[in-house]
Design a protein. Structure first.
Length: 327
């Protein structure tokens, strides 16, 4: 009987290698990639071509939002509920395993590679609380762990598995060359919730009770400025961000652009009721434009289709700009 395994597939080198090792044992492999506003399937969709296997995508946004509000096993250095997120993904992969008629699960986890979610205690917790621990094989580090069902039953050859541990990448890179694997994502990529600046912004959203997809997508775009109380301004850094910012505008938001010169778009949220905040926002938008004038004309309107108003402002000075900037 030919066995099938479900690989939790991020597109990173570890997940590619783990799938390849099992594939080389004559076992059919299918990948599953979990998505949310904090991590997507683009890298997995590119890397999966190395293996020529099906890739399923599962959106876990609602589950991640729930964990951001309360994570039973706590957070890493950022806003990353890594242990609970891994438990969640193993559970969902387990459901897919049953649906697809697979026998076990594989991941690219390596003992000691990540301090929060890949230490021995964390790996044990993830296996136990997901309820799929005995079906879970970690090919890159299996020899550092107790054998699970696929090994005990002889579905896989334990002697062909590895015993990598720690944060070094030399062994994986050497193995990639040996297996002629060229497409995989950079280890510097991954979940936005581990990014210090983005994590702080997420925590601010949580404190304000404003965690939703629109707010999260805004956090991912542009330069951010706080203009007092809950008012915030987002200023695009390129044409793509300019378009995204305007697309994310909600009813009541104010949208800005410089008239007559190339420049960014700006979106002001929770601050348009006060005239001085409008002028402050316009002066910041003008600062990032190509206008050489002492006074720049900035046009703004209230979303969705408010009347356009033009005002003349001076660009904000650098000292005040740095005070307002969310660094």
């Amino acid at each position: 009987m030919k066995r099938k395994a479900i690989s939790l597939f991020s597109g990173g080198l570890d997940s590619v290698l783990s799938a390849k090792i099992i594939q080389n044992q004559g076992i059919e492999v299918e990948g599953v990639c979990f998505t949310s506003p904090f991590f997507n399937a683009e890298e997995a969709e590119e890397s999966v071509r190395e293996l020529d296997i099906p890739l399923w995508t599962v959106d876990i946004t609602k589950d991640i939002f729930r964990l951001l509000k309360f994570s039973p096993h706590g957070f890493g250095k950022g806003a990353n509920p890594c242990i609970d997120c891994h438990i969640l993904m193993i559970k969902k992969a387990g459901f897919l395993m049953k649906e697809r008629g697979a026998s076990f699960l594989i991941t690219g986890e390596v003992l000691g590679e990540r301090p929060k979610s890949q230490n021995r205690a964390a790996l044990n917790i993830i296996g136990k609380e997901s309820k799929y621990g005995d079906y879970l094989l970690r090919p890159l580090t299996a020899k550092n762990l107790a054998p699970t069902l696929p090994e005990r039953e002889g579905w896989v050859k334990r002697e062909s598995l590895l015993g990598i541990k720690g944060r070094g990448r030399t062994t994986q890179l050497d193995l990639a060359r040996k297996l002629n694997i060229e497409r995989y994502s950079s280890p510097a990529g991954g979940c936005l919730l581990t990014d210090p600046i983005f994590s702080r912004r997420i925590k601010n959203l949580l404190m304000q009770g404003g965690l939703n997809i629109n707010e999260v997508e805004l956090l991912k775009a542009g330069r951010h400025f706080y203009l007092g109380e809950s008012a915030k301004l987002i200023v695009g850094r390129d044409e793509e961000e300019n378009k995204k910012i305007i697309q994310l505008a909600l009813e009541g938001d104010f949208c800005f652009r410089v008239v007559g010169f190339p420049g960014p778009r700006g979106l002001l949220r929770n601050g348009g009721e006060r005239g001085e905040t409008i002028f402050k926002a316009a002066s910041i938008v003008a600062r990032y434009s190509d206008s050489p004038l002492n006074k720049t004309t900035v046009e703004y309107y209230r979303a969705p289709d408010g009347r356009k108003i033009s005002i003349s402002v001076s660009s904000i000075n650098n000292e005040e700009l740095e005070i307002l900037r969310d660094k």
